[in-house]
Design a protein around this ligand. Sequence first.
Ligand SMILES: C[S@@+](CC[C@H](N)C(=O)[O-])C[C@H]1O[C@@H](n2cnc3c(N)ncnc32)[C@H](O)[C@@H]1O
Length: 231
Amino acid sequence: MSDVGGHDAVRRSYDQVAQEYFARLRDELDYKPLDRALLGLIVEEVGSQGSIADVGCGPGHVAGWLADRSASVVGIDLSPGMVSLGRQSYPRVEFRQGDMLSLPAEDDEFAAVIALYSIIHLTEDELQPAFEEIARVLQPQGLLLVSFHMGLEVRHLSDWWGHPVDIDFRFLEPDSVIPQLEQAGLVVETRLERQNYPDEVETRRAYVLARRRPAPRPDSAPVRPAAAPSP
Ligand SMILES: C[S@@+](CC[C@H](N)C(=O)[O-])C[C@H]1O[C@@H](n2cnc3c(N)ncnc32)[C@H](O)[C@@H]1O
């Protein structure tokens, strides 16, 4: 298997913990109302406009939740162990194995992309290329929901739940992520923060909703007049 972004250690680490990750987190949305609300918003916005990609989908539990709400969903993950669990557990979801720096997807393929806690293993200089790759696979005006742990810490683990791993968790600040999204052609519409729920690791979390810039207007398109601000 080619190591597109030099992510072998991350891939092996998630292969090691895949079963346990699934056992512990498969029902996590039950106790995450804000996450359910944001995912519900994505389902509502997308409607029948196209598919949703879950990039860094892990074992596919979030993709499965979306599919249960009638969305057409493609789960993409670096770890073959995660992808294999997803295929066994969520037959309504299509799964693809791949790296978010070179997504196994067509240009403009998705009406929305979610990337929940999956950009946290990228190095600083990989973030912008990852956002450009996400913008490539999004339809013009397609929506992105990205979440991450807030801060400046890099937390290295060599043992995760008793499994040997070699992985860095990079906390991120919205103020540094947002300009990179914008630079990639993703216009930020909403940013939210929340403290961890009681059953989660103790970190503050950020959620950013961004939309791919619309396709350029033909020269003849009328320019809209300024509107009065309204509620
Ligand atoms: C913390 S888990 C999050 C899984 C899921 N999104 C969730 O919210 O439970 C991070 C996931 O991202 C995947 N991942 C990490 N780096 C990746 C990359 N470069 N490309 C694609 N997936 C990646 C890992 O294999 C892992 O399944």
